[in-house]
Design a protein around this ligand. Sequence first.
Ligand code: SF4
Ligand code: SF4
Length: 374
Amino acid sequence: MIDLDKMAAQVRMCAGCSKMCRHVCPTFFAWRSDSPTPHSRALLIHQEIIGAREIDKRGVEVLYQCLECSHCLTWCVPEIDIATIVESKRQDLVKTNRQPEGISRLRSVVEETHNPFGEPHSKRNHWIKTRKVKGNRVLYFTGCTAAYREKNSAKDTVSILEALGYSVEITPDEWCCGSPLFRTGEFEAGLKQASHNVEILNNIDADEILVTCPGCYRVLTTDCPENGFELNKPVRHISEFLNQSLSKLQSGNIDVAVTFHDPCHLGRHSNIYDAPRAVIEHVAGAPVVEMARNRENAMCCGNGAGLRTLFPEHAKKIGAERINQARKIGARYVVTSCPFCKEMLSAQSGTEVLVFDLPEFVMRIAMNPNVKTD
Ligand code: SF4
Ligand code: SF4
């Protein structure tokens, strides 16, 4: 949450800016219009704060066209944090009941089923088989996308952990981490999910919590402590975990170009850039071929902060552009470290480019050295 005075000062400054970050904003790219840009979002909020003009229905739409990817922040000399400002304003829109209908629907679905897809909770992660292994106990928080939509990623995560000698715990009582709610301004509903999860996770005897979804990672490591919910064990992202286990992973010899797509919540939001690259390079036995936009300058996949829920066609357009960027450098494999990015990018990639979540890539290459790489 941003302090109101700070927000007022920041949007005033941004409203008068010559829009030096606009060219990196994925929603400016998708709409080809000056409305869904950092500057226009700030201007809308500035006008409402000074009493010049209330945010109308179109203004609400523009505020919900933001991916909260924080790309604009990397270009902004005065460091105006538009993603945080937009999220704060969304909270205000929810409090005053001005949010889009699709966002209220999303909240109801998560409240009822504890996942954003409306799938039955009873089918969440019971299907994941674990073996009894005598090793350190890792509590794998599966997250909604891997549990319901990217099941190979969840299965491969468990297989890798067990092959590395860990005993994997999974709880059927986990709920959505709350990320889709926090990011869309449904703060109170997000807190309910988060407090439930913290209570459940704190009552399980394990050495650490492992997550593969950067959205879950951000909630568990940032949103929870910021709101007074303390976990009693460390949380690690799979990329950090595997990076610390490289000596136990086979190194391959891939002769096709492999690139890495940085998820916004892992890169710009959590500052994890090197770990997934180190894992890929070790497993592939070759350097990552970087896209022109990489690390802090990586383009969002288009899936975040409710954009796909409200504007699916524009979200897909952004995902397709990210795949084009991979094609331009001749990548055959695009590896990401987020089941949510994987879902979006693989839906846009066709057959020429193959997209993997990091555990899938490691499983396919390091755990299966006989696999063909073409
Ligand atoms: S976010 Fe920064 S660079 Fe972008 S328009 Fe606002 S002040 Fe200018
Ligand atoms: S956070 Fe991302 S989508 Fe939102 S204004 Fe900034 S660059 Fe655009």
